[in-house]
Design a protein around this ligand. Sequence first.
Ligand code: PLP
Length: 429
Amino acid sequence: MVYQRSSALFQEAQTVIPGGVNSPVRAFKAVGGTPIFVEKAKGAYLYDVDGNQLIDYINSWGPMILGHAHVPVVNAVIEKAQKGTSFGMPTEIETDIAALAVRMVPGIEKIRFVNSGTEACMSAVRLARGYTGKDKIIKFAGCYHGHSDSFLIQAGSGAVTFGTPNSPGVTKGTAKDTLLATYNDLENVAQLIQDNKDEIACIILEPVAGNMGCIPPADRFLQGLRTLCDANNILLIFDEVMTGFRLAKGGAQELYNVNADIVTFGKVIGGGLPVGAFAARAEIMNHLAPLGPVYQAGTLSGNPLAMAAGLAMLTELNSNAEVFDSLEKKTAYLHKGLREVMVKNGVAHTINRVGSMLSIHFSEAPVVDFKTAAHASGENFKLFFHGMLQEGVYIAPSAYETWFLCDALTYLDLDKTIEAANSVAQKLA
Ligand SMILES: *Cc1c(COP(=O)(O)O)cnc(C)c1O
């Protein structure tokens, strides 16, 4: 495949946009080469500016769970746009999507909409601090909660990819209130709580980690955190920006049968438009302005186009619950195929998967936390990434990202992907 026009557009972009991109991981820095510029997308396929067709395993980093340009979502946006695109005043559709989300997700009574996952997590932590009257938070190395200051302490994803886990610009004062724990290590968390008695407002985590590749929670890990939080007057925040409305209607809370105190959303909840949200039981949410003293606001929050896309998406998922089952089966099929190919070609690998999230780490050792994820071979990942791209399969350009399947993928697409992986695996060490 040739990526001539993409290269030219990237050169041009770099003259007026830092690094040529509006979000760092798009720049291919971790894998080398130049990013692909998209012309359009439909279903499971991307079409780039050079006329190449690619099978898409990123799906906009998660939102397009039903495939690109899904007709009910597109129609809902077009219809809304004709009536005006923003008012900064209340609209009925905000209540409609809020009511549906509250019905679908366990344990939440009220929800507030924002414009990104970053905003959702930032606001959730402020709410937790305001509610508990405590300052410190616990986050896990390798978990990503957006780019707000308190989270840029060993964040996963792009922040790790670029080797700047502690970004300049984050003050020492902010960093000292973020305590770092090891994912899947309950004892480590218990010790941190012990050492910071009565100072911790919340524990925030991805209930299934997806920003150091995919890492499932160990048996009893989430339950253990719930117990620790209850015993120490700490709020448990599940960052379900990635897992929400993807792993099940009710996200990871439903899948693992553990309830968080505050849940954050993004990605799928916006159906591909810029939406984030955070939710909790009413008693906690009532601390937010204008009801309570914890301030949070947004000129474009609850934007009608964004709400129309989100409502259409959630309505589809709520009325076709078999989607989650279908995605589970497709991803399990891909998992099995990829594993067989790696084994056959003698490539050291670990494939982690939960529902429609999957990742390959080129390491034989189990990948259970950030340290074990970082131990995998970056060289093999680069070769694999570019090999797959040449075969017409687009996976995330970083070993610290997860594959997100969409239900528009057919078994033929999956077979092609497995075949491509077989050709590429032959060239790996
Ligand atoms: C993507 C992501 C975020 C940030 O969301 P943005 O919309 O990119 O700001 C936060 N948390 C998790 C788990 C994510 O995957």
